[in-house]
Design a protein around this ligand. Structure first.
Ligand SMILES: Nc1ncnc2c1ncn2[C@@H]1O[C@H](COP(=O)(O)OP(=O)(O)OP(=O)(O)O)[C@@H](O)[C@H]1O
Length: 511
């Protein structure tokens, strides 16, 4: 059913019809679009110039849900208008379709890059316009629903995560938060373990009481007990006054023991006692204090392995792991990458008073190819750095080199195919083989058999040659060479193995 006659609609329905702003200097086009769209139940407002359209949009008297804009306008043109609309927080997400009589692919690409949802060519086709408008409205409604859902999740957990792995974890948080159960949060570094612990506290009945965090790895082992349980004056050298410990400070609230895998065995015994009895005593005191503390602990170590090697008490492990939560690594939830990128970029710009930056879609693709061993923390750093370096739009050029990139994985092909391309069946382990043809001058682009090198071969040869040059110039000091080359040491080692580079090789050989 398509035809809705606005005149026959109840007042409230008419008010609910989406309002579309038509921006065109040609009166005929405005009139045609008005007829087509109002005939289908839409409300239409018109502007003859981009300047008038901006006024209409910013005055906000008529809430506009979509804009159709001609690219060729006198004064500010359609692309500029689109750009302005995207820069303003209030109109950033407005669905826009561009129209042009003199459309070129170039304009279309530009408009799409600026976030136009579709592109109509004159002469306009009624069906094409209606289908395009309905699709754009539907897409924008769906996007708004996802955004609202994400905002809800973000407000509740202060974490981004719409994929199944994070949704499962949020459910676990919901289940355990209201209880007093200890929680052991495990997961790789940078996956959000601290955020999980804060969410559990915030969603617990203890939310108004203190949340006390202690980094067990950062406190010297001789001080950890006095930090946790406090001390009496003079109980050890340096104990100048009486001190309340972190357990006392967390009374009524939550104590978060971060990096618990690094805690000393003697401190572990005392923590276990405190958990079992709810009693503590300060170092140097016999006096027993009752504390009501919920303990959350986190580690990126495999605690059960620590237990089997005797570095972690088994009884404490079981006590803490009443309710285990595992934070998923980023590469297991790449569906969250784009929302994370958008959120980090927007938060960084806001916090630093910078105008909101847009993102070239190629940035997402480039970042999706990375492996992210540093997880969300690493991603956040990359985005913040890119935001500092970029202009209005973050592009691939603003991204740092991937420090974890392996030459075997650059093009997604396996090591075998690269070796086949190189054609050299070297001896030794597979990782030691050269990936390059044995002869030929990479710089001239000629292969050993006289054929031209592929771009990849040329790039590999140049890279190999440069690495050899830097290494021999620095007397094979790997750390310094890695700094000069701007890559991680582990990555340099990988490249040395992959290219079959041997110490003593002259920089001139095999380029
Ligand atoms: N799901 C997420 N949404 C938004 N930001 C996140 C998310 N997960 C992690 N972060 C951000 O990544 C950074 C690292 O998070 P966090 O410190 O909680 O990780 P961690 O697992 O405790 O790391 P570590 O083991 O190194 O202590 C923080 O800046 C945090 O805000």
């Amino acid at each position: 059913m398509s035809g809705i006659d606005p005149s026959s609609q109840a007042q409230s329905d008419e008010a609910a019809a989406p309002t579309i702003l038509v921006v065109d200097d040609e009166r005929n086009i405005r009139r045609t679009l008005d007829m087509v769209l109002t005939g289908e139940g839409f409300r239409v407002v018109e502007a003859a110039s981009a300047e008038d359209a901006l006024k209409l949009l910013t005055q906000g008297e008529t809430p506009v849900e979509m804009m159709l804009v001609d690219l060729m306008l006198p004064g500010m043109n359609g692309l500029e208008l689109l750009d302005r609309v995207r820069q303003d927080d209030a109109t950033r997400d407005l669905p826009v379709i561009v129209i042009s009589g003199h459309a070129t692919v170039h304009d279309a690409v530009k408009a799409i890059k600026l976030g136009a949802g579709d592109f109509f060519e004159k002469p306009l086709n009624r069906e094409r316009v209606l289908v395009g408008v309905r699709n754009a409205l539907k897409t924008s409604r769906l996007a708004r629903e996802v955004r609202d859902l994400m905002a809800e999740v973000h407000t509740r957990y202060e974490m981004i995560g719409q994929g199944p792995a994070m949704q499962r974890m949020f459910k676990e948080i919901d289940r355990v938060a209201p209880t007093k159960a200890s929680v052991l949060i495990t997961g790789e570094s940078g996956t959000g373990k601290e955020l999980v612990s804060r969410a559990i506290h915030r969603l617990s009945p203890r939310a108004d009481a203190p949340f006390v965090k202690v980094n067990c790895a950062a406190i010297p082992k001789e001080l950890i007990e006095s930090e946790l349980f406090g001390h009496e004056k003079g109980s050890f050298t340096g104990a100048i006054g009486r001190k309340r410990g972190l357990f006392e400070q967390a009374h009524g609230g939550t104590l978060f023991l971060d990096e618990i895998g690094d805690m000393e065995l003697t401190a572990q015994a005392k923590v276990l006692r405190a958990l079992q009895s709810g009693e503590i005593s300060r170092v140097g005191s016999e006096h027993v204090l009752h504390v009501d503390v919920r303990v959350l602990a986190a580690t990126n170590k495999d605690l059960s392995k620590e237990v089997s090697t005797g570095r972690f008490r088994e009884d404490l492990f079981f006590r803490l792991a009443v309710f285990p939560i595992r934070t998923p690594v980023l590469r297991e939830r790449m569906e969250d990458l784009r929302p994370l990128i958008d959120a980090f970029l927007s938060a960084f710009c806001k916090e630093n008073g910078l105008p909101q930056r847009r993102i070239d879609p190629a940035v997402y693709t480039a970042l999706e190819r990375r492996r992210w061993p540093g997880n969300v923390r690493e991603l956040k750093n990359v985005i913040e750095r890119a935001a500092i370096l970029s202009g209005d739009m973050v592009t691939v050029a603003d991204l740092p080199e991937d420090p974890h990139e392996s030459p075997f994985e650059e093009d997604g092909s396996g090591a075998d195919s690269i070796r086949a391309e190189g054609g050299s069946a070297g001896e030794g382990g597979s990782g030691e083989r050269s990936i390059l043809p044995e002869e030929g001058d990479g710089r001239s682009g000629a292969g050993g058999d006289g054929r031209r090198l592929t771009l990849r071969e040329f790039r590999d040869r140049s890279e190999r040659g440069y690495i050899v040059e830097v290494l021999s110039g620095l007397d094979w000091n790997i750390s310094r060479a890695a700094v000069v080359l701007g890559i991680e040491r582990t990555n340099l080692h990988k490249k040395i193995r992959a290219y079959g580079i041997k110490r003593g090789e002259d920089a001139g050989i095999r380029r």
